[in-house]
Write a protein that binds this ligand. Structure first.
Ligand SMILES: NC(=O)c1ccc[n+]([C@@H]2O[C@H](COP(=O)([O-])OP(=O)(O)OC[C@H]3O[C@@H](n4cnc5c(N)ncnc54)[C@H](O)[C@@H]3O)[C@@H](O)[C@H]2O)c1
Length: 356
């Protein structure tokens, strides 16, 4: 039987987006503002929980205690302590399948990069650069929301909000940072509060993290650079990754979402072999087949559908078709919590911090 949306919970059940679900998804039989009520519904087998970061621990634990499979959201706990509590609950409930939403790994070009990593096609890793750039907060007149407050978003600021997306591919590859020098900035320090006054923006807007990472496959230690920016003029949802290796290099950015830039280098002889960047049009070359043929193009909403296909496939088959074809695991979320916690330490002391 195909999966069905049977219930929906929001603290504002009369909100227009909830009405949209009521009117357009006829399988929905329960609309509630009480998440406990939704979790007690025996018809609900799996839940997707997308709530402010301060509620992750409470809501994820409640879902696991009632035996529901869980798709959580990043950063999977507001801080390292909350993440540890979630991880303890995940361990206590092996009957529950738990993953974290992250759609960018499902872009066809990124799936191809994943297959290249699995095949060892890059040779020795020279450098990895990844980032997620937004200009959503460039306008100082934009009213404050929960993502600018320590209480609801957490101390990580933009790192907890945008940063996990930058880690998905490198962490799946096993490229884990050993240390970090972080430069964090709070650029716009107050905003309209929506009631005619001003409110303090307490969270970091932008983060640049320079790390040394280790590649278990080639044994190399290489520079691993993350740029995580809410205030990045000219950028709109630009997720990117660049991997430079001795045998191959790739560059990919959502600014040109259907194109993969690839340079393959075959050493030989004494000369200097030509180095040519090729641009490959990826089209709809998806891991989980859809009705759209390969010759069409692919976008963010397709990536979200692929992510859900991956969640359901793995829930059912207990495996993924390829290493990079699965959603982010709880264990991967622990790695970014350790990195962002070390980044806060680095920023506070103006030093390089060890990622423990
Ligand atoms: N994967 C992605 O690309 C992506 C994009 C945006 C946000 N997120 C993540 O999704 C989560 C939510 O962020 P958002 O931007 O959707 O926030 P939002 O403010 O738009 O939505 C939060 C939702 O939580 C609900 N909520 C809050 N308190 C509740 C309560 N006590 N009971 C029931 N429902 C409650 C609200 O009704 C609202 O629908 C965060 O973890 C965020 O990091 C992920």
């Amino acid at each position: 039987m195909p999966p069905e949306n049977v219930g929906i919970c929001s603290c504002v059940p009369e909100a227009p987006k909830i009405d949209w679900f009521r009117q357009n998804v006829p399988t929905i039989k329960q609309v509630t503002s009480d998440h406990g009520e939704l979790l007690r519904n025996p018809e609900v087998e799996a839940v997707y929980i997308a709530v402010p970061h301060n509620l992750h621990e409470e809501f994820y634990l409640a879902a696991l205690e009632t035996g529901k499979h869980l798709m959580g959201e990043k950063p999977f706990g507001i801080d390292l302590q909350a993440n540890r509590a979630i991880m303890a609950a995940v361990k206590k409930h092996p009957e529950c399948f738990v993953r974290c939403a992250s759609q960018f790994i499902f872009f066809p070009a990124v799936q191809r990069i994943g297959r290249m990593i699995e095949a060892g096609a890059f040779g020795q890793i020279i450098e990895v650069n990844a980032g997620f750039l937004h200009s959503s907060d460039l306008n100082p007149q934009k009213p404050i929301n929960w993502k600018r407050t320590l209480k609801y978003n957490g101390e990580y600021g933009c790192m907890g909000d945008l940063g996990p997306h930058t880690c998905t591919v490198p962490f799946r590859a096993g490229w884990v940072p050993r240390n970090v020098r972080a430069v964090l900035s709070n650029i716009i320090r107050e905003r309209p509060d929506g009631r005619g006054g001003k409110a303090a923006c307490e969270t970091w807007d932008n983060a640049t993290l320079l790390s040394e990472a280790h590649d278990p496959a080639s044994g190399s230690v290489f520079p691993f650079n993350l740029r995580i920016e809410r205030i990045s003029p000219g950028e709109k949802n630009n997720w990117y990754i660049e991997i430079y290796g001795t045998r191959a290099s790739v560059r990919y950015s959502l600014k040109d979402a259907n194109a993969l830039e690839l340079l393959e280098y075959a050493p030989g002889g004494e000369g200097n072999p030509e180095q040519t960047w090729r641009r490959i049009d990826m089209g709809h070359e998806v891991t989980y087949r859809s009705i759209t043929p390969e010759i069409f193009q692919f976008g963010v909403s397709d990536a979200i559908l692929q992510m859900w296909a991956a969640f359901l496939y793995e829930l059912d088959a207990k495996r993924t078709p390829a290493k990079f074809a699965g959603c982010v695991t709880p264990a991967e979320s622990v790695l970014w919590h350790k990195l962002f916690t070390a980044a806060l330490e680095s920023q506070a002391g103006g030093t390089t911090a060890v990622v423990r």
